[in-house]
Design a protein around this ligand. Structure first.
Ligand code: BT5
Length: 267
C-alpha cells in the first residue's frame, strides 16, 4: 500500500544536496507558486519546496487554470535564487521538463516532452510546468518553478480527455507520490547544476532531444498573426524549437511567444 503524504514522508523521500531540502506541506493552498513566493519574501533558502494536496487557485500559463482533485496528484513549487541574468531563466522550464520526464522514466513508463512545458505519456499531458520570475533592479530576485503531475487521477474532466491523462490511467498502477517528488528533485538538482555551468542547455541537449515528443513531427505554430506549419527538428542550446518550414528554411521558435500543436493531435 502507498505511504502517507505529508511533510515528513516527502522529506524522507528526497536525497539531495539542496533541492527540496526544506519541504513545506499544506492540505490546501491557493497555488504553490504563490505560496513559495510568500516564503521567498520571508527569506526561504534556495531549493525550498512547497507541496500542496489541493490548490484552490492553481495556475497555468497566460491566466489559464490548473485543476486536480485532492489525493491523487503532485502539485509543488521549488524556489531558486540564481545569480545569472534574467534572460536565461525561461530555459529553466525546459530543465524541469527534462527532470520530470527522467523521473517518470525511472518508473518504467515510456514518457516524452512536449516543448516547451509539458510532459506527455501516450501523447497526452501528464505534467504541466509554470516558471515565474521576480526581478529587483534588473536582477533576478527569485525564480519559482511549479509542477503539476497527474499521478493517480482516476478521471480526467470531459473537456480535457483528448489532451490529458494520468500515470494511473496509462499503466493501471498507482504510484507513491513521495517517491516521484524525490526522483524529480534528484534529477532537477543534477540538471540545474549542469545548466548554471553554461547558462544554456548544451550539457543536456542530447538527452532532451531524445525525449522530445515533437521531434520529426509536423507541427502548427500558432502565431496569432501568421500561423504556419512545419517539421519540428529538435531544440537548440538556447531552448528554442527548430522548425523547418515548407520552403526548407529552418526557423527558430521561442517559448512564450507562440504555442505549438501537433498537426494530427495535441503533440
Ligand atoms: C501549464 O500551463 O501546463 C502549467 C501548469 C502548472 C501547474 C502547477 S501545479 C503547482 C504549481 N502551482 C500552480 O498554481 N501552478 C503550478 P498551460 O500550458 O497554460 O496549461 C494549462 C491548461 O492545461 C489548462 O487550460 C487546461 O486545458 C489544462 N489542464 C488543467 N488542469 C490539468 C490537469 N490536471 N492535467 C492536464 N491538463 C490540465
Amino acid at each position: 500500500m502507498i505511504n502517507g503524504y505529508n511533510q515528513e514522508t516527502i522529506s524522507k523521500a528526497i536525497n539531495t544536496k539542496w533541492a527540496g531540502k526544506t519541504v513545506h506541506f499544506a492540505k490546501e493552498t491557493d497555488s504553490t507558486n504563490e505560496w513559495i513566493k510568500r516564503l521567498a519574501r520571508e527569506q526561504a533558502s534556495e531549493g525550498t519546496l512547497a507541496v500542496a494536496e489541493f490548490q484552490s487557485a492553481g495556475k497555468g500559463r497566460l491566466g489559464r487554470k490548473w485543476e486536480a482533485p485532492e489525493g491523487s496528484s503532485v502539485m509543488m513549487s521549488i524556489l531558486l535564487r540564481p545569480v545569472f541574468e534574467p534572460q536565461y531563466a525561461a530555459m529553466l522550464t525546459l530543465v524541469m521538463g527534462l527532470s520530470v520526464a527522467q523521473a517518470v522514466q525511472e518508473l518504467d513508463i515510456s514518457v516524452s516532452i512536449k516543448w516547451p512545458n509539458d510532459v506527455v505519456v501516450s501523447r497526452k499531458k501528464i505534467c504541466g510546468i509554470l516558471t515565474e520570475m521576480g526581478l529587483e533592479n534588473g536582477k533576478i530576485r527569485e525564480v519559482v518553478i511549479g509542477d503539476g503531475i497527474n499521478v493517480n487521477l482516476e478521471n480526467i474532466p470531459e473537456e480535457l480527455q483528448d489532451k490529458a491523462t494520468s500515470l494511473y490511467l496509462e499503466t493501471g498502477r498507482k504510484y507513491d507520490r513521495n517517491r516521484i517528488i524525490g526522483l524529480v528533485m534528484e534529477k532537477f538538482e543534477n540538471n540545474y547544476e549542469k545548466f548554471v555551468q553554461t547558462c544554456d542547455l548544451s550539457l543536456m541537449i542530447d538527452e532532451y532531444n531524445a525525449m522530445l515528443a515533437n521531434r520529426n513531427q509536423p507541427v502548427r505554430i500558432l502565431d496569432k498573426k501568421n500561423p504556419w506549419e512545419g517539421m519540428a527538428l529538435g531544440i537548440n542550446e538556447q531552448g528554442e524549437l527548430l522548425v523547418r518550414d515548407d520552403t526548407g528554411e529552418i526557423r527558430t521558435v521561442r517559448a512564450g511567444e507562440v504555442s505549438v500543436r501537433g498537426l494530427y493531435s495535441y503533440v
